[in-house]
Design a protein around this ligand. Sequence first.
Ligand SMILES: NC(=O)c1ccc[n+]([C@@H]2O[C@H](COP(=O)([O-])OP(=O)(O)OC[C@H]3O[C@@H](n4cnc5c(N)ncnc54)[C@H](OP(=O)(O)O)[C@@H]3O)[C@@H](O)[C@H]2O)c1
Length: 159
Amino acid sequence: MNNKITVVTGGNTGIGKATVAGLAQRGATVVIACRDVARGNAARDEIAASTGSSALHVMPLDLASLASVRAFAAAFLARFPRLDVLVANAGVMTERRQVTADGLEMNFGVNHDAKEKKPGKAALDDALAERLWTETERLVACAASTAPAAKPAAVERMD
Ligand SMILES: NC(=O)c1ccc[n+]([C@@H]2O[C@H](COP(=O)([O-])OP(=O)(O)OC[C@H]3O[C@@H](n4cnc5c(N)ncnc54)[C@H](OP(=O)(O)O)[C@@H]3O)[C@@H](O)[C@H]2O)c1
């Protein structure tokens, strides 16, 4: 992964953070795209200390806001010449009804489904399209593929 430029959404914690560490260990430049920059900075410092990487960057991204998605993409495109790998990891699962800044139901507004592209992550793909959809770039989508087999959501409890 030497000299590869990568973005990991939700790279501040969980699977995303482990992915950032793995990419950093392999020599990649990694942008940790997350909604809480302070937590992103903490993850960056921890991963930099454990891997010795000096190519970790934190940039704000809230997938529950299309304005934030567009601002992230504009800042990324201005700062980096390529996007070799986008790891679309950030996701949310909530039964309590919440809405995004754009008034969309939160699960619908944030999450990505490879079959039916949903707003937040799909908007990110679109906003980065000029760098993403070339011959060599890779999109890695983290999704709960087992979710459809799980107990159906208690729709009647969603207020
Ligand atoms: N863990 C599993 O067993 C499992 C199984 C199947 C699929 N997955 C999928 O794998 C991905 C990571 O799972 P995980 O267990 O590591 O989850 P996690 O620990 O809950 O981390 C989720 C990440 O998504 C970020 N996020 C949530 N809403 C966001 C938003 N509006 N904008 C930007 N970032 C947002 C969170 O940021 P904050 O830290 O700010 O909340 C966090 O960084 C998820 O997409 C999940 O659906 C996980």
